[in-house]
Design a protein around this ligand. Structure first.
Ligand SMILES: [Zn+2]
Length: 95
């Protein structure tokens, strides 16, 4: 990564004027489609903020949750396979 990141920014603070917003205007969750090696799914709560002082709007990550999924190894082995349906009456006709 080329971008040098400073330490965690408070998502509630307006990046333009520094006013602290009480709460986001809107929140939504993003769930990563693939679990990590331990079978955990990261749920990211995003927020849309609007500064009451300067009117600037921005989006920021409010919270990240690692969700433990029970017995992930068993689950991963159960790949959804192709279902082949055989009509028995059709087989009889072939005989
Ligand atoms: Zn502002």
């Amino acid at each position: 990564m080329l971008m040098a990141r400073k330490k965690k920014q408070d998502p509630f603070i307006c990046p333009r004027c520094g006013t602290r917003v009480k709460e986001p205007v809107k929140t939504w969750t993003l769930v990563s489609p693939l679990p990590d090696k331990k079978g955990r799914v990261t749920i990211t709560i995003m927020g849309l903020f609007k500064c009451p002082n300067c009117g600037y709007t921005w989006r920021a990550v409010v919270k990240k949750i690692k969700n433990e999924v029970g017995e992930p190894e068993e689950e991963s082995e159960r790949e959804p396979g192709e279902i082949i349906e055989i009509d028995l009456s059709e087989l009889k006709d072939l005989e």
